[in-house]
Structures are given as structure tokens and as C-alpha cells.
Design a protein around this ligand. Structure first.
Ligand SMILES: Nc1ncnc2c1ncn2[C@@H]1O[C@H](COP(=O)(O)OP(=O)(O)OP(=O)(O)O)[C@@H](O)[C@H]1O
Length: 877
């Protein structure tokens, strides 16, 4: 046996091929088994991803805010991290560090941080992660809603979202006004992340049948306080009502107001309040240098021009209080050619133009943007060096947002606020109270370039520009008038005439509400006092109060339209407070007033006590330019002067009652038609007013309405005790009409008669002249034969005038009824028939005379005699 085994082993060793084959077989078998096992073990991709998500979610609980410095320190999806890295975002900012973790954990967050501190990514990262966690697809519909106050901000947020979220598969859409609603409606249902403005969103909710937000996971309100400021409180409430209650809500802003907290109370559940810079010394970026100057209103344009001339290589934004100011000053400055490109951005521009301007200003390295407050919030223009606030902001919050367009994310920037002497104290106090470090700097009057003369010459040549200047004037004055904070804004202190001149106008346009206001100063002061009492007693904003303010501004609007509520109703009607043009103007200004409306609510809750802090402003003369500027742009300038202002206000209680009356007006401003006006007059039993005009001699030339002349006049006037009776009025009108027609006919007749008499007189004169010439000819004949009394006697001819006169007087009555042209033709015919009738008779008589007479010896030749006779005959005919 042992031998046999040995022999076998030897055989195997002897045949290596066989043993290799055997090994190979075993090995491949094992490999196949492994392969099959691996195949069995392999999970689908979605499953692996889900497991990864699970791990991420598990680590949310372990997020340690203090340990986070980079985005990669957060448990984020690879796709989001990749997007952030590709956009060069690696290190987190403070607000991102503190809020992203909370938002990932699914909490509602109310976040506030200084301007330019990166709030956009603080909500966009959680947005992407929320949908990623749920493995959202386009089939799932709307998952996240991001609401921004302005179109530009929505557009900007959308762009950042596209950049950071490009590795995800979600669909994102931008829905803002100014575009085709139908086109949007077709696409809106395929959008997973919707960036929009509130008005447009609500429009889709109301009008786009297929649009719904039932599966919404997250709502983001960017610049929430601004959304409310712009009068969108009702819209927001309506939107929120259409959203599912089970959702996550994030709310961000650089400034926190009471109204935002109210909104948070309504829309956020157990929110985490994150106010990053609450304990910071200043509420504005540390890299922002802030100054203010005080100058007279009429100097402001020259100050701006001088500023631009000395900052030609800088990028600046200049804020104005109204669209019409931007429109006019943009045009004027373009003509002044300061040497830097000027752009304008305001709410009255077409959406396309707004986008173009936005992109153009983003691209430019040196330019100046004239803008209204639509550019004040959230816009992230790169490398802006200067923010100049040409008109005083409504409040400290608006100041902070405007100034925050520069010095963004670790960059430097400078802000300059121009204040009127009357605005200085109130505004500076507010700013200091809001922890805004502003210093006063001065103007160097020598460096101030006066442009008033140039403006005057522009306006003299260009009517359109002149009208724009007038609109700018009214718009500015009105904006000051509408400002709620009367501690700062006092329209009665404005140097109206000087301001108009500084705009290039020869005279100040009439501003009705100012005239009315000047007539009732005592009333205003009383109202102001009442207003103040209410302001101080207000600690929180209730819905009623919001409505009260809406009413207040509605009332303001109606004051503007009706020319002053303080007047007796009859009086204001007759006075017709506002012209059509003014009404139109006010309609245009509605948008702006809506903005003020929100502001009013806010300032109501934030009355500023007078502290001495305001006095601490240092009066340091500082140049406009830093060292570099001087080299680049020429020498810098300094400016200044100081004064005080006064107060007036409006009684809120009074407005509350008025609001009830005018509630319909408050929400939607209707155009007042002439029919509506007439109906109102009828209802109020007004006597229509009469306008009487006299000539220089004191004669009545025109009466409006037409003076009653018919027989019914007295009767009608007696009836006029109870307003306008339409039937009676109609009857009277018909009577008047008849009477007028008769009067007219009489007048025409008299006119015709006068004309005929003149013509007759003219003819008579002509005939006399003719007769005279004949006499002369006869005298010539008589001279040749004095004794001959039987010669040709033209006086024997019938007097054509006599003949004509009798004929005319007979036919006068008939002729009166003939039209002018017919009559002329008729007269011409009659004249020719008269000649025809007279001709043969005279000829006959002449013939008789010549026959009875001896031939005359004229002393001429026969031929000459014949010629003389022919001549006499011709002149006779
Ligand atoms: N982590 C980051 N790393 C680098 N840059 C960042 C970061 N976060 C934000 N930024 C940049 O900072 C700038 C300001 O960001 P953002 O617009 O989000 O500020 P904001 O706080 O929303 O300002 P505002 O209050 O004015 O709206 C932007 O240019 C943005 O690209």
C-alpha cells in the first residue's frame, strides 16, 4: 500500500500540467463563488445614497458650532460641498456658522446679521440639503419657496442658488413681476425651488389653477422686514395661509423690527433667534467708514456733482427718495457730463431695463448708480467704494441697508449721508441709537461746483426736461411730507423756492397740499401732539394698528387728491383740491407711498427718545477722498452748515374713523371719473359753482355754466333748494336750447341785414362816381356848344339806385331766408338784369333826341366826330 501511495505521489509530481489544471479548476470555482456572493451583496445606488443620508442626518445632532470653521465641517452632501468649493466658498461666516446647523436640524430660524455677512448662503445651504435629504425629484413639485422683497434681490438669490446648487438635480425657477404670467404658469409646477417676489407669487396662487404648494417643505423669507415695510403684510398673510402648516421656515434680515417678530410669531414654530451681532459695538460692518454732511437743500445737486467730479475712478451708489428725482437728476447729470458713466435704477423702469442696469453696474469698475430704495436691500454689487445718501433715509434701518451696499464681506467701503439742517439732529440721534458710528465732515465751499446755471439753460431748451424737473420737485416735497417721522422730516422747513431754482426751474411749481398745510398750522401742531402721545403709548404692533396706518396713508392720499380734509366739504369740492394732472401724479406715486406705508408702521413702534448722545457727533473736517482718491481723481472736497427743525403730525384716532369711511379707497386706489364726481355733487346737493370772467372794460365775457336766459330761468332758480333734479334739469336744458336757437337766428338775420346795407352803400357810391364822370364829359360837350340844351342828357336816364332800392326793399323779407352764397349770386343776377332793363330804354331815348336835333358842328373831322359819339355811347352803357 505504501508503495502504491508513493508511486502515485511520484506520478503527480511527474505530471505538473495535470496538477495545474486541477488547481486552476478549484481557483476559478472559488472566484465564481466570490463573484456571485459580491453580486448578491451589491445595493442599488439609491440605497447607498439613502444610507449616506442617514449617516448625515445622524451626525446633525453632533454639530458643534464652536468647532466649525469651514463648510466641510458641517455634515453636508458631497454635491453641495462640491458646489460651494467650485464657487470659492470654503470658510464660513458667523451667521452661516450659527444658523446652518440649526436649519439642518429642521428648526425654524430667525436670523439677523450685519449687511454683507453672508446670510444668503446661510439659508441656501439648508435649502439644498433639505431637498437632498428627501431625495426630491422634479416629479415631487414645489419643495422650497424663497420670497424676496424686490425683483433684483430675487434674481441675485436665484443666481447664487444656481451657482452653489449646480451639482444637484433639482429644478429652480425665478418668478418675479414684469414677465409673462402665462409663460410662468406653464412652468411653475415643474419647479422644485422657487425664488419669487410676494406679489407675483400671490398672483399665481390666485390665477394659476394648476399651481399648488401642498408638498412644500421649507419657506424662506429674505429681508423679511422689508417685505413687511413694502406693505406686503396682507399679501404675506394670504400666501402663508396657502402653505402647508407642517413646514420649516427661515427668516433673515440685517435689521430686526417689531413687525418681523410679529411675523415670526405668526409663521415660525418655536423659532431659534440668531442675532449674530447683537452684542457687537456697532450694527454696521467694521470696515465701513461712515460720515455725514449737512447742507442746504438748494446746495445738494452741486454737492453731488462736486462729489462725482472728485471720484471719477470709483464705483458709487447714490440713493434718492423718489423715482422722479432719479429720473430727472439722471438725465441732468448725463448732460452735465461729470466724466463717469451714470446708471439709473428705479421701480418705474421696465423689468428688462432693470436687469440690464443691474448687470451693467455689476460689470463696471467705475460708475455711479442713481437709485431708489429698491437697491437698498440685499443687492450684492461687487466692489462698491461709496454709498452716498442724497436724501435722508426714512429711518436708521433704511440707512443701515443703504450703507451696507458697500463694505461687504471683509471689503472696505465708505458711506456719506447728506442731511438738511432740519434733519440733522433727529437723524443723527436715531443712528447713534442704532449703534451706527457716523461722523460729521465738512464741505470745502471753494471746491463746490455750482451747476444751477447749467441746469437753467438745459431747462430753457428742453420742455420735457423742465416738466421732469417740476415732477422731481413735487415728488421730493411730497416724499418729505409723507414721512412718518416728523422729528426728522418737516416739510414746512424746506426752502421751497430756493430748491426749485437749484433744480433749474424759474419758479417753484405749485404744491397744493403745502398751501393747504400753511393755512392750518395750528391744526397740524395739535395733531402732532396727539400723534406723539399715541406713539409713546404704543409698545407692540397689533393688526388693528397696522390697519390704522394703512388708513393713515390712505387718508394722506385722499388729502392729496381732495386738496385738504380740514376744509368744509363744500369748500373743498368747489375748490377742487387736486387737478387731473396731480391725480395722475399721485397715482404714479402710489408705489412709493406703499413703501412709506410700511415704514410708518415700523417707525410707530420705534419712537426715538431725545438723548444727549446725538450731541456727541464730532465736528471733524474730513476730506471726501482717501489718499489714493486724491491721486486718481483729483483733490477731495469738504462741506457744511447746521440748523434746526420743527414738527407736525396727524391724529391717528381721527384717521381711524376716516379709515372706515374710506376703507374701499385704502386698499385699491380708484381713478375718480367725472361721472363719479358728478354723482357725488348730486348726493351732496351742492350748487354748482359759477365762473365769471370780465374784459378789461368790465364787461361780462364768459359765464360758466352758461347763464340762464330762457323764460324758465326764474322758476328753475326758485326750485333750486334740493340739489339737482335730473328730469327738471333736462327740461330746462331743452328750453334753454330752444331759446338759444332763436337768439342765434336773430343774430344771423341782423348780421345779414347789416352786410346788405353795406353792399348797397358801396354800390351807391360807385354810381355816384360814375354819374360825376358823365357830368364832366357833358360839360366838355357843353363847352363846345353852350347854347345847345337839347343834347344828350344822361340825367334823363333812370336812376339805377332808385330802381334797385325799391326792388330790394320789396324782396328783403324773402332774401332774409336765403343763404349768403345764394344771395350773392342773386344780387349779381339782379345787377345784370338791371343793366339789361335800363340799356334799351336809354338807347331809345337817346335815339329820339338825336333825331330831333340838327347835326352839331363840333369843329372836328367826321371821323373824329364819330369817335366822340362812340365814346359817349360806350360810357353811357
Ligand atoms: N463663506 C463665504 N466665503 C466667502 N465669501 C462669502 C461667504 N459668504 C458670503 N460671501 C460673500 O459675501 C458677500 C455678501 O453676502 P450676502 O449677499 O449673502 O450678504 P447678506 O448678509 O445677505 O447681506 P445683506 O444684508 O446686504 O443682504 C457676497 O459677495 C458673498 O459672495
Amino acid at each position: 500500500m505504501g508503495k502504491t501511495g508513493d508511486s502515485l505521489g511520484r506520478e503527480a509530481r511527474a505530471d505538473p500540467v495535470r496538477s495545474f489544471n486541477r488547481w486552476k479548476k478549484k481557483h476559478s470555482h472559488r472566484q465564481n463563488q466570490k463573484k456571485q456572493l459580491r453580486k448578491q451583496l451589491k445595493k442599488p445606488e439609491w440605497q447607498v445614497e439613502r444610507e449616506g443620508i442617514g449617516r448625515l442626518v445622524q451626525s446633525y445632532a453632533q454639530i458643534n458650532v464652536n468647532a466649525i470653521t469651514r463648510f466641510s465641517d458641517f455634515p453636508l452632501s458631497k454635491k453641495t460641498l462640491k458646489g460651494l468649493q467650485e464657487a470659492q466658498y470654503r470658510l464660513v461666516t458667523e451667521i452661516q456658522k450659527q444658523t446652518i446647523g440649526l436649519a439642518l436640524q429642521g428648526k425654524d430660524v430667525l436670523g439677523a446679521a450685519k449687511t454683507g455677512s453672508g446670510k444668503t448662503l446661510a439659508f441656501l445651504v439648508p435649502v439644498l440639503e433639505a431637498l437632498y435629504r428627501l431625495q426630491w425629484t422634479s416629479m415631487d413639485g414645489l419643495g422650497v419657496l424663497i420670497i424676496s422683497p424686490t425683483r433684483e434681490l430675487a434674481y441675485q438669490t436665484f443666481e447664487v442658488l444656481r451657482k452653489v446648487g449646480k451639482n444637484h438635480d433639482f429644478s429652480a425657477g425665478l418668478i418675479i413681476g414684469g414677465k409673462d404670467l402665462k409663460h410662468e404658469a406653464e412652468r411653475i409646477n415643474n419647479i422644485n425651488i422657487l425664488v419669487c417676489t410676494p406679489g407675483r407669487l400671490l398672483q399665481h396662487m390666485d390665477e394659476t389653477v394648476s399651481f399648488h404648494a401642498t408638498s412644500l417643505q421649507m419657506l424662506v423669507l429674505d429681508e423679511a422686514d422689508r417685505i413687511l415695510d413694502m406693505g406686503f403684510a396682507d399679501t404675506m398673510n394670504a400666501i402663508i395661509e396657502n402653505l402647508p402648516k407642517k413646514r420649516q421656515t427661515l427668516l433673515f434680515s440685517a435689521t430686526q423690527t417689531k413687525s418681523v417678530k410679529d411675523l415670526a410669531r405668526l409663521s415660525l414654530k418655536n423659532p431659534e433667534y440668531v442675532w449674530v451681532h447683537e452684542k457687537a459695538k456697532y450694527s454696521t460692518p467694521a470696515t465701513l467708514e461712515q460720515n455725514y454732511i449737512v447742507c442746504e437743500l438748494q446746495q445738494k445737486i452741486s454737492v453731488l456733482y462736486s462729489f462725482l467730479r472728485s471720484h471719477l475712478k470709483k464705483k458709487s451708489i447714490v440713493f434718492f427718495s423718489s423715482c422722479k428725482e432719479v429720473q430727472y437728476l439722471y438725465r441732468v447729470f448725463c448732460r452735465l457730463r461729470p466724466g463717469i458713466s451714470i446708471l439709473a435704477l428705479h421701480g418705474r423702469q421696465q423689468q428688462m431695463r432693470r436687469m440690464e442696469v443691474y448687470n451693467e453696474f455689476v460689470r463696471k469698475r467705475a460708475a455711479v448708480l442713481f437709485a431708489t430704495d429698491i437697491a437698498a436691500r440685499g443687492l450684492d454689487f461687487p466692489a462698491v467704494n461709496w454709498v452716498l445718501q442724497f436724501d435722508c433715509p426714512e429711518d436708521a434701518n433704511t440707512y443701515i441697508h443703504r450703507a451696507g451696499r458697500t463694505a461687504r464681506y471683509k471689503e472696505d467701503g465708505e458711506a456719506l449721508l447728506i442731511l438738511l439742517p432740519s434733519e440733522e439732529q433727529g437723524m443723527v440721534q436715531q443712528l447713534l441709537q442704532k449703534k451706527v458710528p457716523v461722523k460729521q465732515i465738512k464741505i470745502n465751499p471753494e471746491k463746490l461746483i455750482d451747476v444751477q446755471k447749467k441746469l437753467e439753460s438745459f431747462l430753457a431748451q428742453d420742455q420735457d426736461l423742465k416738466e421732469r424737473a417740476q415732477r422731481c420737485f413735487v415728488s421730493y416735497v411730497r416724499s418729505v411730507y409723507l414721512m412718518k417721522d416728523k422729528e426728522v422730516f418737516d416739510v414746512s422747513k424746506l426752502p421751497i423756492t430756493e430748491y426749485a431754482l437749484s433744480l433749474g426751474l424759474a419758479v417753484a411749481p405749485r404744491v397744493r397740499f403745502l398751501q393747504k398745510m400753511q393755512k392750518q398750522p395750528t391744526k397740524e401742531v395739535v395733531r402732532s401732539q396727539a400723534n406723539k402721545t399715541i406713539e409713546h403709548s404704543t409698545s407692540s404692533l397689533t393688526n388693528d394698528e397696522v390697519e390704522e396706518f394703512r388708513a393713515y396713508f390712505s387718508e394722506k392720499m385722499s388729502i392729496l387728491q381732495e386738496g385738504g380734509k380740514g376744509l368744509e366739504e363744500t369748500e373743498y369740492r368747489l375748490d377742487s383740491g387736486t387737478s387731473d394732472e396731480e391725480l395722475e401724479e399721485e397715482e404714479e406715486d402710489h408705489e412709493e407711498i406703499e413703501e412709506k406705508l410700511g415704514k410708518a408702521r415700523e417707525s410707530q413702534t420705534q419712537s426715538v427718545p431725545n438723548t444727549d448722545e446725538g450731541q456727541e457727533v464730532k465736528d471733524v473736517p474730513v476730506q471726501f477722498l482717501d489718499g489714493d482718491d486724491e491721486e486718481e481723481d483729483g483733490p477731495g472736497d469738504d462741506f457744511l452748515k447746521v440748523k434746526r427743525r420743527d414738527v407736525f403730525g396727524i391724529d391717528l384716532k381721527e384717521n381711524k374713523t376716516l379709515q372706515k369711511k374710506e376703507s374701499s379707497k385704502s386698499s385699491v386706489k380708484k381713478k375718480v371719473t367725472k361721472v363719479a364726481e358728478a354723482k357725488k355733487i348730486m348726493k351732496r346737493n351742492f350748487k354748482v359753482n359759477k365762473k365769471i370772467t370780465f374784459t378789461d372794460e368790465g364787461e361780462l365775457v364768459q359765464q360758466w355754466p352758461q347763464m340762464q336766459k330762457s323764460a324758465t330761468k326764474d322758476k328753475a332758480e326758485d326750485d333750486d333748494s334740493g340739489g339737482i333734479n335730473l328730469d327738471k334739469a333736462k327740461e330746462r336744458l331743452q328750453e334753454e336750447d330752444k331759446f338759444d336757437k332763436e337768439e342765434y337766428r336773430k343774430k344771423i338775420k341782423a348780421k345779414h341785414r347789416e352786410k346788405r346795407l353795406k353792399e348797397r352803400e358801396a354800390r351807391r357810391e360807385a354810381n355816384k362816381r360814375q354819374a360825376k364822370s358823365k357830368d364832366e364829359e357833358e360839360a366838355f360837350l357843353d363847352w363846345s356848344d353852350d347854347d345847345d340844351d337839347g343834347g344828350f342828357d344822361p340825367s334823363t336816364l333812370p336812376d339805377p339806385d332808385k330802381h334797385r332800392s325799391s326792388e330790394e326793399s320789396d324782396s328783403e323779407e324773402t332774401e332774409d331766408k336765403i343763404s349768403d352764397t345764394k344771395k350773392k349770386q342773386g344780387m349779381r343776377k339782379r345787377n345784370s338784369s338791371e343793366v339789361e332793363a335800363v340799356g334799351p330804354a336809354s338807347h331809345h331815348r337817346k335815339k329820339a333826341k338825336w333825331e330831333s336835333l340838327e347835326p352839331l358842328d363840333t369843329g372836328l373831322s367826321l371821323a373824329e366826330d364819330e369817335e366822340l359819339v362812340l365814346h359817349l355811347l360806350r360810357s353811357q352803357s
